[in-house]
Design a protein around this ligand. Sequence first.
Ligand code: GDP
Length: 194
Amino acid sequence: MHAIFMTSATRLKACPDTEGRPELAIAGRSNVGKSSLINTIVDRRQLARVSNTPGRTQLLNFFLVDGQFVICDLPGYGYAKVPRAIKAAWAPMIEGYLDGRTPLRAVLMLVDARRAPGAWEIALVHYCTTRGLALIPVVTKIDKVTKSQRFPTLSLIGKALGLPVELLVPFSALTREGIEPLQLRMRRILGLIE
Ligand code: GDP
């Protein structure tokens, strides 16, 4: 997949026109591996660095992918270095976006294989269900889990999120496991392939 940076926005009104293309939002706690995942799936190293340049980490960053759909990289939740006032503004900005963004079809949510999902992740799953948004739950850094711990880990995460374990996409930016299933799931959910 080839991605081109479109623009950044702080408010719903400043989000770009997708010209009829569907949009996928990518959400996760800071340090979950979001930049690594974006860099891996769009096959253009350091693209997500755009999202990580100072001043842009707290914005909604938009990328056009293969000319077919738009990715909105949401600011990482719980970023330690962010001042309290900006943290307080995080939820309204994300909520405003999720509530009002017309082209939005699906949310790709990242959870770390080595951490139990928290209230924030559970709330996002619930939100997607109530708003009728498709959800792609991705379990990052799966390379850090041993083979014998793999199924128990995924089961636990699925249980915590209230999702069937088959729905989880195990992913590793390191070994590149999960890239193809993830790209396929994205295209399918966005209605780009059967
Ligand atoms: P972000 O804050 O969510 O954008 O996270 P980053 O992509 O910057 O990754 C945070 C840390 O996790 C970095 O030290 C990465 O090298 C590491 N990391 C990201 N993805 C993986 C992965 O799939 N496997 C392993 N072992 N480490 C990863």
